[in-house]
Design a protein around this ligand. Structure first.
Ligand SMILES: [Zn+2]
Length: 243
């Protein structure tokens, strides 16, 4: 799906319902940046197949928006092609973790899929110059401590990973509890001030225009409820908990 001059989304990549994943790519004059690689080698091949023909002369780069396997599972496909892979330094998945993930699927799902971490780790924000197109990488932790968003200011398109999910409840249980949810709320404030025109969530339909704010409000409300409930428990007197 073409979203703007430079930006594309690849939606509906196979995963277990309701976690169907979205990826995307941004096409500069010299380089194309792929955002997330899907859960497996087939998803990665699909993304590669859409991204490459748009500007065949472009070099490719990959960035992962977080550490969960639905976003990095296709990294091995791109490593084989010697495409550089970027991601938060906290993305350090082990072969044992991948085996555990793989055991929950039919073997066909992970055919030719190899677990690969990004080799270009970072802990600070930075930008890519894709040639006539500047792309900012923003730290938006909360869902995990490795979550980043990819912002294309010129086109006002934001790839937000699982900082936002659309038509699915955000996965709060993957976070580390109260402090992570509070971080997540700060991340929502951060992306809201950007006033994106288009948001590509990790899961669920791409959102446009005024509906972007509605989506952010919906996720914020869920987080606030959870934070309020957690704070009520931590500040309650022991007898309150018993009653
Ligand atoms: Zn996800």
């Amino acid at each position: 799906m073409r979203l703007s001059d430079r930006c594309y989304a690849v939606t509906g990549l196979a995963y277990k319902f309701p976690s169907v994943l979205n990826a995307g790519f941004i096409v500069g004059d010299r380089e194309t940046l792929i955002v997330d690689t899907g859960a497996n080698a087939m998803a990665a091949a699909t993304i590669h197949g859409y991204a490459t023909p748009v500007r065949e002369s472009n070099a490719l780069r990959v960035i992962n928006t977080e550490k969960h396997f639905d976003h990095i599972g296709g990294n091995g496909f791109f490593r084989e092609l010697e495409v550089p892979i970027y991601g938060h330094s906290g993305i350090q998945r082990t072969p044992a973790e991948f085996l555990e993930e793989r055991a929950t699927f039919h073997p066909a799902f992970h055919y030719a899929t190899m677990p690969v971490n990004p080799e270009h780790g970072f802990v600070d924000e930075f930008s890519f110059d894709l040639g006539g197109c500047n792309v900012e990488v923003l730290l938006t932790p909360g869902h995990t401590d490795t979550n980043v968003s990819v912002w294309v200011p010129e086109d006002r398109v934001l790839y937000v990973g699982d900082c936002l999910t659309n038509q699915f409840a955000p996965n709060l249980d993957a976070a580390d509890g109260l402090s992570s949810w509070q971080e997540w709320l700060k991340s929502l404030d951060r992306i809201e001030v950007l006033q994106p025109e288009v948001v590509v969530c990790g899961h669920g339909p791409v959102e446009f225009g005024a509906d972007v704010l509605t989506l952010m409000d919906r996720v914020r409300k869920v987080l606030l409820q959870r934070v309020t409930a957690a704070l009520a428990i931590t500040t309650a007197e022991p007898e309150d908990i018993d009653s």
